[in-house]
Design a protein around this ligand. Structure first.
Ligand code: CO
Length: 134
């Protein structure tokens, strides 16, 4: 069922500093910051050969990552995203195995304009898992 690792998302307190760190210290290819108001984040994409790193910073009043940054002021890993071929089939298979999907269980359009679901970290070793239809 599970496909490629699509991205690892890291919440950062200072997006410009984090962008410079990945670009200058690691020599990575990084995007300009992109505001995603519908998702409540500003993001920088770090392009690796086999996956992406997404640096996330809260945007607006109701950002889904604001509370995370309050709990983790230095930043930290927020979620990992795996690709699946058929997101509804993946959801149904997970439900059969008692893995909880966050929200109402219906896929939403994610930051890459593809359907995504998030799995309850309590059912996945304390890690927030995003599934994205490839
Ligand atoms: Co993501």
């Amino acid at each position: 069922m599970i496909g490629r690792l699509n991205h690892v998302a890291i919440v950062v307190p200072n997006l410009a500093a984090a962008r410079a760190l990945y670009r200058d210290v690691l020599g990575a290819k990084v995007s300009e910051p992109v505001d995603l108001p519908a998702h409540g984040v500003t993001t920088v994409f770090v392009e690796l050969a086999n996956a992406k790193i997404e640096l996330l910073h809260p945007l607006g009043e109701d950002s889904p990552v604001a509370a995370f940054l309050e709990r983790n002021p230095a930043g930290g890993m927020h979620h990992v995203c795996f690709e699946v071929d058929d997101i509804r089939a993946a959801r149904d298979r997970l439900a059969d195995q008692s893995v909880r999907v966050l929200g109402d269980g219906e896929p939403r359009i994610g930051a890459h304009d593809k359907p995504v679901l998030f799995l309850d970290p309590k059912d996945f070793c304390g890690t927030l898992i995003e599934l994205e239809q490839a």
